[in-house]
Design a protein around this ligand. Sequence first.
Ligand code: ADP
Ligand code: MG
Length: 255
Amino acid sequence: MTDSRESPGTGLGAPLVVLEDVNKHFGDLHVLKDINLTVHEGEVVVVIGPSGSGKSTLCRTINRLESYESGTITIHGDELPSEGKALAKLRADVGMVFQSFNLFSHKTILENVTLGPIKVRRKKAAEAKQRAMELLKRVGVDHQAEKYPAQLSGGQQQRVAIARSLAMDPTVMLFDEPTSALDPEMINEVLDVMTSLAKSGMTMIVVTHEMGFARKAADRVVFMSDGAIVEENTPEEFFTNPQSDRAKDFLGKLL
Ligand code: ADP
Ligand code: MG
């Protein structure tokens, strides 16, 4: 199920996440329509589109938080499992960062980051702690390790959520509007962490309205509308020369 197409980006590896003809309904609503998407190792794909176009559902389907009725989704050539231990492993391999940070409020920042590696990855506590502190340092919140989530700002909490995902050594990271719930002054501190993660070679699928981030960090922009991928291109081409009326309309409204 490999795909030899070269992505428009540069320096990309083999296909990692591959969706072929994926369809999903919520009752009568056809929410994902014949989705075909290949994300290569090390590639950063930014997904944009109007509200309700199916971006969150796409992310949730890749993480198997949602089922789908037809088509295939593979990660490293393996079809997504639907249950059991294999599903738990998939959830660990595919990191996801949501709009709401979803940290465990009764656990410290450090515990939030070590919990998954200890419980799911069976790491020893000391090893998990050392790695967690490295990651908290990387996202700039190592000084807050002993605090509780409510004692941190939204931007700090979202950076912890990113560190927590990274602690599982994910194969790919999904971000679903990670800065939408943040006060404006905190958006950049989160985007900076994501940009540096992108530069480090992490494979990323990012749903965002932050076009500056898309221009700077994306290898490819995927534009969704009404459940379908309408257009995909390099950010430069997409932003300067959108092809479809729907993309032109969407970009026009952002100005
Ligand atoms: P986006 O993230 O692009 O805003 P979503 O993937 O959240 O879009 O939603 C796509 C469409 O599916 C919307 O019309 C939304 O109302 C609908 N939808 C999302 N989740 C559910 C659900 N659990 N049950 C029914 N409809 C849903
Ligand atoms: Mg959404």
